[in-house]
Structure formats: structure tokens, C-alpha cells
Design a protein around this ligand. Structure first.
Ligand SMILES: Cc1cc2nc3c(=O)[nH]c(=O)nc-3n(C[C@H](O)[C@H](O)[C@H](O)COP(=O)(O)OP(=O)(O)OC[C@H]3O[C@@H](n4cnc5c(N)ncnc54)[C@H](O)[C@@H]3O)c2cc1C
Length: 401
């Protein structure tokens, strides 16, 4: 695609910045415009619920790029929000009236936090997605003594762990039967619940928040089983949705994110998506997916940059084995593949082995996913096996080695 003179990237975070870097590394010499609505230079999100929240790291340590931005030769448009896209004129419209013309476009706008229906506007009530959110929570944690976390997904469970590590009283409330049940299934979810409980977190599963208590400032929560939880800080962690509102009506196909083909290209030529916002067909699993994890954002950025620079007809599918990690207390949780709650699940280890475990997810005899607690070398082998379309029985040998 040699006629590309200008590539615009919307979303100046992990997927967006890495796409720009891979484009330059791949030899792209044209104009690169990176547009992001946050004021900060691109920063890393995983520490927001961990080291930054606990006050162990300061924001400077989160910089996603250590080298100078001048070297990258990009037009960095920070604090600028994309509000529309004209696919015929090939222009991104920015809030404030300006437009950016492009030949190639990468949508890397990530996710935005979900709010509870009727979530009140109370002081002491937070969501967590950005550095500013994390700094506000960190500040409030200094004055708090009782924390409630609504939602026991990855972010909720990490916030609960961090607050507990700071010595606070922590209650976590989850609507499903177990933490992370939707992504990892109820068996592993219950193990995680017990791991939290052993470390002092009170966990209420299968419960919803019926009401917030407090006039201007949150003082507690009423759970739908009649229990009241007194608290002075609440973090709502009920997931994210893809940030695509700016693309509504543009002609870009949307369906739980930007609907892409197997190469991560949208329905419009030379418009790709990468990171949390991309919903693509992953040939390895023969299904569409959207992955909200760090490694996917980087690997997809590399793929999209290569695709933009590839000669026509040489663009390859993005066949990937998703991978994540989550640090909660002393547990290094890592996962690979695409587990489903309905998979056959085999678990080795658990509480009897200091919570260290290997969980394997099988589908029709094939290894579809794996999760480990404190077994980093095994997860790498299991990832490779999934990429090779390996069998569950071969994974058992790795788990038991
Ligand atoms: C607190 C937290 C902890 C995490 N921990 C882990 C972890 O331990 N392990 C793991 O694997 N993953 C973790 N993740 C997930 C990981 O950080 C994400 O997968 C990654 O950030 C995705 O990168 P992205 O660039 O696709 O999206 P994002 O990081 O969401 O970036 C998108 C950017 O686009 C901007 N944007 C959105 N709309 C517009 C618009 N219209 N115009 C301009 N800019 C726009 C956003 O403000 C944002 O800056 C964590 C995420 C969070 C929030």
C-alpha cells in the first residue's frame, strides 16, 4: 500500500502508540498523526490498580515511551477528542472543529468504563480507567478505612487486593456466582474468591447493590440480601465497553467494537482497529473476539502496522493466542487462549499448594485456554501448545511436569 502518505491513529495509549512505533520501525516515512483525548503522554494502565494505587509507584514510572517523541516524528494531538469520521473524504473530525485528513486510519480508542444503571453522583464513589481516576482513588484511600468494590472482574479484584494490602477493610460484591465467572468459569472463580477471603476480603457473590447510602458522600451500600455494608469509598468495576460512539453513523461496521475481518481491517479499506476496541475474526479459534488485555493491544498494533505497510494481497490474518496477567496479593495470575465457562475444566493444585495452580480448559479434546497461579514458565508452554492447536492430554503433561 505504497500510496499511504498520511496515517492517522485515534487513541493515544498502548495500541495507538505502539502502532505508530511499529509503523516507523517498518519504514513508514509519511506523516503520522496520533490523536488522544487524554492530556497525558501515553502511559501504561496495568499499574493503575496495583503499584500506583498502593503508592509504590509515581505516574512518571508509567510512561509508555522512554525515548523522545521527536525521534518518532509524529504529530501528537493530545487533549483532542475525535467526534466523527467521514469515510468518503477520509477525514477524522475533532472536537473544536478541526479535521485530520488521512490515507490510512487506525482506530485504537480502547474501552470506556460502564456505570451502574442509576449510579448516583456521590463523593467517594469512583470508577477506574485512567491515570486521573487512579490518582483520585489513591488520594481518597489515604482517608478511607472501609472500601467496597462493586464487581469482581480483574479490575475489581485487583483494587480489592490493593486496598486490603494497604490495611483497609474491604468488601467485594459480585452479581455472578463467583469472581471472574464469566471469563474463567465458576470453579476457578470460587478458588479466587477463597484466596481473597483468606487474605481478609469479605466477598458477597450472586448479589447486587440495591441502594447507595449517603446524602452527598457515600456512607454505605445496601445489598439485595438485606445486608448493609458501611464504607467510605466505593469503586465500581463492572467492566468496559468499546469506545466507538464517535464512529456511530460513519459507515464503519460496529458490533461490540469495530467489526474487523481476520486481518483486523474494518469494512472500509485501509481503516484498521487495534487493542481493546477491535472485534476481529481469530482464525485460530474460528470465532470473533474482542480482547481487553495488554499483550493483545501490543501484538495487534504490530500486526496492523505491518498490514498497512504490506503490498496488496500480502496482508495476513491476525491469528493469535490471547494472553493476560493479573496480580492480586501474592498471586501472579496468568491466562492464555480463549477459555469459556462451558469448557471442560481440569485444575491441578489450589489451596493445598499455597494457591499455586494450573487450570486447563478443553473444548472437543483441544486445549482452548489455560490459567495459572504462580507458574510463569508453564503458561508460556501452554500458550505455544494452544497456538499449535494442541490437545488437552498434552497440556495435562505440562500441568503435571
Ligand atoms: C486499571 C487497569 C489495569 C489493567 N491491568 C491489566 C493487567 O494486569 N494485565 C493485562 O493484560 N491488562 C490489563 N489492563 C488492560 C490493558 O491496560 C488494556 O488492554 C490496554 O490499555 C488496551 O490498550 P488500548 O490502547 O487498546 O486502549 P486504552 O488503553 O483504553 O486507550 C485508548 C485511548 O483512546 C482514548 N480515546 C477514546 N476515545 C477517544 C476519542 N474519541 N478521541 C480521542 N481519543 C480517544 C482513550 O482516552 C485512551 O487514552 C488493565 C487496564 C486497566 C484500566
Amino acid at each position: 500500500m505504497s500510496e499511504l502518505r498520511v496515517i492517522a491513529i485515534v487513541g493515544a495509549s498502548l495500541a495507538g502508540l505502539r502502532t505508530a512505533e511499529f509503523l516507523r520501525r517498518g519504514g513508514f516515512e509519511g506523516r503520522l498523526v496520533l490523536i488522544g483525548d487524554e492530556e497525558h503522554l501515553p502511559y501504561d494502565r496495568p499499574p493503575l490498580s496495583k503499584e500506583l494505587l498502593r503508592g509504590e509507584w509515581e505516574p512518571e514510572r508509567l510512561a509508555l515511551r522512554r525515548k523522545s517523541y521527536d525521534e518518532l516524528a509524529i504529530d501528537l494531538e493530545l487533549g483532542r477528542r475525535a467526534i466523527g469520521l467521514d469515510i468518503d473524504a477520509r477525514e477524522v473530525h475533532l472536537a473544536g472543529g478541526e479535521s485530520v485528513a488521512f490515507d490510512g486510519l487506525v482506530v485504537a480508542t480502547g474501552g470506556q468504563v460502564r456505570r451502574l444503571p442509576d449510579q448516583p453522583d456521590l463523593s467517594g464513589l469512583f470508577t477506574l480507567r485512567t491515570l486521573d481516576d487512579a490518582l483520585a482513588i489513591r488520594d481518597a484511600l489515604k482517608r478511607a478505612s472501609r472500601v467496597a468494590v462493586i464487581g469482581a472482574g480483574f479490575i475489581g479484584a485487583e483494587v480489592a487486593a490493593s486496598a486490603r494490602q494497604l490495611g483497609l477493610e474491604v468488601t467485594m460484591i459480585e452479581a455472578l456466582d463467583a469472581p471472574l465467572a464469566q471469563s474463567l468459569g465458576p470453579r476457578l472463580g470460587h478458588i479466587l474468591q477463597q484466596a481473597h477471603e483468606r487474605r481478609g476480603v469479605k466477598v458477597h457473590c450472586g448479589r447486587r447493590v440495591a441502594a447507595f447510602i449517603g446524602e452527598d458522600r457515600v456512607e454505605g451500600l445496601a445489598i439485595d440480601d438485606g445486608t448493609d455494608v458501611a464504607c467510605d469509598l466505593v469503586v465500581v468495576g463492572i467492566g468496559v465497553e468499546p469506545a466507538v460512539s464517535w464512529l456511530q453513523g460513519s459507515g464503519i461496521a460496529l458490533s461490540d467494537g469495530v467489526r474487523c475481518d481476520a486481518t483486523c481491517m474494518s469494512n472500509v479499506p485501509r481503516i484498521f482497529a487495534a487493542g481493546d476496541v477491535a472485534n476481529w475474526y481469530n482464525p485460530l479459534f474460528e470465532e470473533r473476539m474482542r480482547v481487553e488485555h495488554w499483550t493483545n493491544a501490543v501484538e495487534q498494533a504490530r500486526h496492523v502496522a505491518a498490514s498497512l505497510l504490506a503490498p496488496p494481497g500480502e496482508v495476513k490474518p491476525f491469528e493469535s493466542v490471547p494472553m493476560f496477567w493479573s496480580d492480586q496479593f501474592d498471586l501472579k495470575i496468568q491466562g492464555v487462549g480463549h477459555p469459556r465457562p462451558t469448557d471442560e475444566v481440569m485444575i491441578r493444585g489450589g489451596a493445598a499448594e499455597g494457591d499455586n495452580l494450573v487450570a486447563l480448559y478443553g473444548r472437543a479434546g483441544r486445549l482452548a485456554g489455560a490459567v495459572t497461579f504462580n507458574h510463569p514458565p508453564k503458561i508460556i508452554k501452554l500458550r505455544r501448545l494452544i497456538g499449535e492447536r494442541g490437545q488437552l492430554e498434552d497440556a495435562m503433561k505440562i500441568a503435571e511436569s
